[in-house]
Design a protein around this ligand. Structure first.
Ligand code: PLP
Length: 363
């Protein structure tokens, strides 16, 4: 088996893969209703919320689209906080549906500054919602969402959060922080193949939903709620991914959320420490470095693309590259979901040999 160390899709435990091969069942029958309720309840524990949670058959981006179209109307002003590719994506979904996006961009590799968010909200009192990425996978930076949320909620704005690569791995207490719509995806910390977006919807988001005029059909929260009450989804769901989720959620609840969070922290620290020991330079601001993905500069002679090729072909270790302007400039090591120290040891044993082959002169 390859050592798949991209920040999603992540490796799946054999128990999850086995569940994915269960025979099909009636998605409108009692057995499926049981699974759906079980997964939804488990998700509430991990999201640390009493809000509604819906399972949408789509990748994470569909979940992000659902957050926008269910809470906003064309012409609404939103603050698009962005520290990388996924912050930009969330803003561009809002723009596509006719929102007036006021961008608040920060240098890639750095976190968003809560006081700048406060400043932007003060300067633009008509803003209805703030869009934020909790963990920016493209740069390996985790925003201080607690501080940002405090600013946003004390200003009375809606808070729509992309937690695709953080929820279930990094602490994100939805109710305590007041996140109105929170989105994640099955292929990240959940140890399940791609196919499900999972979203929580707060009472305030429901209020916004009553007035929201953006067009929506497939990702309609009202339809999702009506069907969830019957233990169903409005449309045929990706049944096998839900099977996988039943097993993964059980495993996660057994490990316990605080332990999962600690394991991610420990493994991320180990990854950063080992990278520095090899003479590599970390890309993300140290204070906000992500516990699910580590981004590393491809500098000191290092050809990042060649490194990933050598790692894949000679060591069967699959690393992530840089995205957009970071292509070739960084490489990324994913450490979320089903991961332990041995996986990271194997990455660094391979890196030690592969780095000089890819031109690295920093050791
Ligand atoms: N947001 C973040 C932070 C992500 O990491 C990703 C995927 O990498 C997405 C959104 C998009 O999710 P998907 O590719 O599942 O649509």
């Amino acid at each position: 088996m390859s050592n798949l160390r991209i920040p999603g899709p992540t490796p799946c435990p054999p128990e999850v893969l086995q569940a994915m091969s269960w025979q099909m069942i009636n998605h409108r029958g009692p057995q499926f209703a049981g699974y759906l309720n079980e997964v939804t309840e488990g998700l509430k524990t991990i999201f640390q919320t009493r809000n509604d949670i819906f399972l949408l058959s789509s990748s994470g981006t569909g979940g992000l689209e659902s957050a926008i179209v269910n809470t906003l109307s064309p012409g609404d002003k939103v603050l698009g906080v962005s520290i990388g590719v996924f912050g930009d994506r969330l803003a561009s979904i809002a723009k596509t549906y006719g929102a007036e996006v006021i961008p608040l961009k920060f240098e890639w590799g750095k976190a968003a500054d809560a006081s700048a968010v406060a400043g932007a909200l003060k300067a633009n009192p008509g803003i209805k919602a703030v869009l934020v990425t909790h963990n920016e996978t493209s740069t390996g930076v985790t925003n201080d969402l607690a501080s940002i949320a405090k600013v946003v909620k004390s200003a009375g704005k809606l808070l729509l959060v992309d937690a695709v690569s953080s929820m279930g791995s990094i602490n994100l207490p939805v109710d305590e922080w007041g996140v109105d719509v929170c989105v994640t995806g099955s292929q990240k910390g959940w140890m399940v193949p791609p196919g499900l977006a999972m979203v929580s919807v707060s009472p305030e988001a429901w209020k916004a939903c009553e007035e929201a005029k953006m067009p929506r059909f497939y990702f309609d929260f009202l339809k999702a709620k009506k069907y969830a009450e019957k233990g169903q989804t409005p449309w045929t769901p990706c049944v096998s991914v839900v099977f996988g989720m039943t097993v993964a959620i059980k495993m996660m609840l057994e490990e316990g959320l605080p332990n999962i969070i600690k394991r991610h922290e420990r493994i991320a620290n180990m990854t950063r420490h080992n990278a520095i020991k090899l003479g590599l330079e970390l890309f993300a601001d140290e204070k906000y470095a992500s516990n699910t993905v580590t981004s590393v500069h491809a500098n000191k002679g290092l050809d990042g693309k060649l490194l990933n090729k050598i790692m894949r072909e000679e060591y069967d270790v699959i690393l992530g590259g840089g995205q957009q302007v970071l292509e070739g400039k960084i490489f990324r090591i994913g450490h979320l979901g089903w991961v332990d120290e041995k996986d990271i040891d194997a990455v660094f044993a391979a890196l030690k040999e592969a780095l000089p082959k890819a031109g690295f002169k920093g050791a």
